[in-house]
Design a protein around this ligand. Structure first.
Ligand code: SF4
Ligand code: SF4
Length: 128
């Protein structure tokens, strides 16, 4: 199953993506590439492109709602890791729903995650 995020990217082109400066690459290699960030205040950076009237992260490649990828996936900031897709882990995600709604994309449901029904099925089989 292709991950729904790979055909979406709405949250990467909707929210301001801000995080503590220490997450950016510098002394600690492997962090967010510094050149892809901009300074928000003395403590925080933002992904370039997301502190704008019409945000779009500079690291997002592709077309929202069709096919996208994060070009710094393994180095993305913690805030990006914390946004989950709706129902991937059994509950709706307000951020995911808000971003998808803004792009006119249908909200994800439990049916978009075939694996999510496995625990229920397993429980029925165990109890049978
Ligand atoms: S809006 Fe939801 S489905 Fe789209 S990329 Fe973000 S988390 Fe994934
Ligand atoms: S760093 Fe990657 S995951 Fe985070 S907003 Fe940008 S494109 Fe999306």
């Amino acid at each position: 199953m292709e991950h729904p995020c790979l055909r979406c990217g709405a949250c990467c082109a909707y929210f301001r993506v801000a995080f503590h400066w220490s997450e950016a690459e510098g002394p600690s290699a492997g962090g967010v590439p510094f050149e892809l960030t901009e300074k928000l205040d003395p403590h925080r950076l933002a992904m370039r492109g997301t502190h704008a009237a019409q945000p779009r992260c500079v690291a997002l490649q592709g077309v929202v709602g069709e096919g996208v990828r994060c070009t710094i996936y393994t180095q993305r900031p913690s805030v990006c890791r914390e946004v989950s897709s709706s129902w991937e882990f059994g509950a709706p995600s307000p951020q995911c729903d808000k971003a998808r709604r803004a792009y006119g994309l249908p909200l994800l449901t439990a049916q978009d995650w075939p694996g999510a029904s496995q625990p229920g099925i397993a429980a029925i089989q165990v109890g049978a």
